[in-house]
Design a protein around this ligand. Structure first.
Ligand code: SF4
Ligand code: SF4
Length: 339
């Protein structure tokens, strides 16, 4: 097997960052997330490959929080497009966990399939190589297995690395892209046999079986009143969720010129579903709350065959009022659908 000694990690990062924009899990002040290696400040930042789930998910790498789509200039009644901003820059995400790999798979489904292709997303995604770090010691808030994610075998990763402790990382190329990246750093890999760690079972689990089907008859169920009561519609859960992909499109213009851009939005906000005439089909916080969880647990499954939750646990930890998707799934399981 191929093994990367930990003393060679810096060499690998230097090498990969020469030709690509390399993203690594980092601690920057009190914040953790996947940040570009270009932004690493040796005096203040730490690369944290051991951390399980960084606070900020990797979705901004393929779906930036704000991105320009195209610029235009008007001449009379004519509108001419000047430039379309499809960014094709090679990227490597190093050290991503299985749940976050799955979240990118879900974004791929939304932006690539069912007869629709989003070229902005596609340009970024096609140039992205995923090097996943297998999870042998899942965290307290992780429940990925319950949501169909294998913490050791991220399906669509290009390379999987396995942390064996002192012996370094076992390096396993899984795709053509993975073989290429492996070739580019082969001088730092050695051939030897080492033992993989024994995985620790997950501490949290939830039973999602049958939940999507049951929810079909629970749109008007009184449980939504109780469950949504603590929610302050702050939207944190949607911003830090690796699978939430809703965005708004706006225009910035000056004189005859301008550009169109898109930015993340949150279904928890009242303006999100506001219509041009002023009508809002989800005016009450309860309606927005219900929509978020029906989208995650029912609607996405009906359209794509799985839930839109990877069990990463971020929202469970981050919600300031203790709303938990785990408790919601449990509540649905226990509820009398006919109520
Ligand atoms: S983080 Fe909690 S309080 Fe904020 S919108 Fe989400 S569920 Fe509501
Ligand atoms: S809903 Fe919560 S647990 Fe599920 S993927 Fe989003 S942040 Fe993670």
């Amino acid at each position: 097997m191929k093994v990367l000694n930990k003393s060679k990690l810096d060499n690998v990062f230097e090498k990969l960052s020469k030709d690509t924009d390399l993203y690594l899990p980092m601690q920057k002040g009190r914040q953790t997330g996947y940040f570009s290696y270009k932004t690493l400040n040796d005096d203040t930042d730490d690369i944290v490959l051991d951390i399980l789930n960084v606070y900020l998910p990797p979705k901004n790498i393929v779906l930036p929080q704000t991105e320009r789509m195209y610029s235009f200039k008007t001449e009379g009644t004519e509108v001419n497009i000047n430039e379309v901003y499809e960014v094709r820059e090679p990227k490597v995400i190093f050290g991503i966990r299985s749940c976050d790999v799955k979240s990118i798979e879900y974004l791929d489904e939304v932006f690539f399939t069912k007869g629709y292709t989003d070229n902005y997303y596609k340009a970024r995604r096609e140039e992205t190589v995923i090097i996943a770090n297998a999870c042998y010691f899942p965290g307290k808030s992780c429940f990925c297995e319950s949501m169909g994610v294998d913490p050791l075998k991220p399906d669509t990763a290009d390379v999987i690395i396995h942390d064996t402790g002192q012996d370094g990382y076992v390096w396993e190329a899984k795709t053509e892209k993975g073989e290429e990246v492996t070739k580019s750093i082969s001088e730092f890999l050695e051939d030897k046999n080492v033992e993989l760690p024994k995985p620790t079972p997950l501490k949290r689990s939830v039973n999602y079986d049958g939940v999507a089907e049951k929810l079909k008859d629970m749109f008007d169920h009184p449980m939504w009143e109780k469950l949504s009561d603590p929610c302050q519609t702050c939207g944190i859960c949607t911003y830090i969720c690796p699978t939430c992909y809703c965005f708004d499109i706006q225009v910035k213009s000056w004189g005859e010129e301008g550009y169109r851009f898109r930015c993340w939005d949150s279904c928890m906000y009242g303006e999100y579903s506001m219509m041009a005439g002023g009508h809002n089909p989800r005016e009450a916080a309860k309606e927005r709350f219900r929509n978020r969880f029906l989208h995650k647990l029912q609607f996405y499954k009906e359209r794509y065959g799985s839930s839109l939750c990877t069990g990463c646990g971020r929202c469970v930890v981050a919600c300031p009022t203790g709303v938990s998707i785990i408790k919601i799934i449990d509540e649905v399981k226990e509820a009398n659908a006919g109520e």
